[in-house]
Design a protein around this ligand. Structure first.
Ligand code: ADP
Ligand code: TYD
Length: 214
């Protein structure tokens, strides 16, 4: 396996059913199989103690409590996994990151300035992918798969979620997140993963770690 000269921190966010988990899996396969990079595929909330509590107790912990729990797990994740991997030249692909908090915590009634404040010290990714698709598409995918949590109740919640991701992308761009919006309605997961892998390869092989916003 090739170790890249520098690592890259790539995050994937977007509404439930948009294809984060599928894309992350295929993206890892492309980055390893086609490019020979070392890749760490990870998720937030993490499987560690704090993340486990957050992921499996969203009915018990709500609002500000859940917001802080998820943020605490995020800082621990950065310290113990993301930064050490990046320092070794590994590409870290993270399924959900700060954008998810801007959306889910707001759906949970937490004011955006609070969410923004508790995530302000989280590392800025090298590429913040926001996957989007029309709400009727994501709602249908969630209905076919089954909702994983109380945030997803049908097409109306998918519509609200999609709108909040649009706003999150704008807001995060102000924090200098290199946001890349990708529509998953018109392309196969395979094609999307290949496109992202090519973008990431350009980024890690290129002279500067800059990716243009889209
Ligand atoms: N680009 C795509 N086109 C069509 N279907 C997709 C696409 N990406 C994912 N899917 C399908 O949508 C469903 C939800 O995908 P998943 O990756 O679990 O979404 P998420 O992690 O965002 O909730 C799965 O059945 C998956 O096969
Ligand atoms: C990353 C993140 C997750 N969560 C919560 C909401 C979800 O119920 C839970 C797990 O997210 P999710 O990725 O939807 O789980 P799954 O992969 O099983 O579909 O974590 C937040 O509230 N804020 C966040 O920023």
């Amino acid at each position: 396996m090739t170790t890249t000269h520098r690592g890259a921190f790539v995050t994937l966010d977007g509404p439930a059913g948009v294809g984060k988990t599928t894309t992350a899996r295929l993206l890892r396969e492309y980055l390893v199989g086609t490019y020979g990079y070392q890749v760490c595929a990870t998720t937030e909330p993490t499987p560690e103690t704090l993340g486990h509590i957050a992921r499996h107790n969203t009915d018990t912990y709500r609002g500000h409590t859940l917001a802080c729990l998820v943020a605490a797990d995020r800082y621990h994740h950065l310290e113990t996994a993301v930064r050490p991997h990046l320092a070794e030249g590994v590409i870290v692909v993270c399924d959900r990151y700060v954008a998810s908090s801007y959306v889910l915590q707001c759906m949970d009634g937490v004011p955006l300035p609070f969410v923004e404040a508790i995530n302000a010290a989280a590392d800025v990714p090298d590429l913040a992918v926001i996957l989007q698709a029309p709400p009727e598409v994501t709602a249908a995918r969630v209905a076919a798969r089954g909702a994983h949590d109380r945030f997803h109740t049908g097409e109306e919640s998918s519509r609200r979620e999609s709108e909040l991701y649009e706003k999150a992308a704008e807001r995060l761009a102000r924090w200098r997140y290199p946001v890349l919006a990708v529509d998953t309605a018109g392309a196969s997961p395979d094609k999307i993963a290949a496109y992202l892998a090519d973008r990431i390869a350009d980024m890690v092989e290129g002279p500067a770690a800059e990716v243009a916003s889209a």
